[in-house]
Design a protein around this ligand. Sequence first.
Ligand SMILES: Nc1ncnc2c1ncn2[C@@H]1O[C@H](COP(=O)(O)OP(=O)(O)OP(=O)(O)O)[C@@H](O)[C@H]1O
Length: 270
Amino acid sequence: MRGSSIVDRALGRGHRSNPPRPDLSHNIILYLEGITVSFDGFRALNALNLYIEAGELRCIIGPNGAGKTTMMDVITGKTRPDEGSAWFGQTIDLLAMKEPEIAAAGIGRKFQKPTVFGSHTVFENLELAMAGDKSVWKILFAKLSAEQLARIDSVLETIGLKDLRSQLAGSLSHGQKQWLEIGMLLMQDPQLLLVDEPVAGMTPQETEKTAELLVSLAGQRSVVVVEHDMDFVRSIARTVTVLHEGSVLAEGPIDQVQNDPKVVEVYLGE
Ligand SMILES: Nc1ncnc2c1ncn2[C@@H]1O[C@H](COP(=O)(O)OP(=O)(O)OP(=O)(O)O)[C@@H](O)[C@H]1O
């Protein structure tokens, strides 16, 4: 869905008159079991098992080609696995759903490059993200309810852009654009947020603020972050999963994972 606009996402929301919500009664929001994806015989994912708890913040690391992007693509319905199962909570079978249905059910994905509407203000970008399957014109000229205004305010507060609400998104710094795009995803209230390399190209100050933001988002929802920057991973991660050749090589607290000889060999020792 790289490059998909808010209009695409809004159209996705057209499917959500009554979207299913994940059943978190077992405290697990995502089950990937035995997932295999082959490209011309090459296994990008190889019987991958991954479990994400409700409310947790998980970092996924791994060398180039380990299968991280392919894994995200399977979760969001962009890529269909050859084998395996993928469940959102206890009852929602992700492999039976199309991409917009998965987004509407509560899985949001933030790609590396921000895709905000540069010629609209920060506020309008959030407004567009909240809207249903209406035209952009209708959305921007519709009167917002007090509840909708409060919701936008609360997201502005969360992403730290309250003072920049009237600024054109195109004039924001790279980091601010990334936060705005996270805010746009939050307007749809995802239960699982997938974030791809959030701090690439950010200044140290922006990186620090992004760490705080992602930590603050977990708890109420689950957040899965794919990131290469180990200092960043160390600053946010509770549990780290290392992918290698399409499977989980190691999983656990960052210190344990960083000292695991298998991990040192294939990843950190690169
Ligand atoms: N559409 C495709 N066709 C063929 N091979 C593909 C395709 N998509 C991914 N691959 C291959 O699958 C493997 C896993 O790729 P993937 O992009 O998932 O890895 P990654 O861990 O995200 O890597 P990076 O850190 O470089 O982004 C790579 O060897 C890649 O070349």
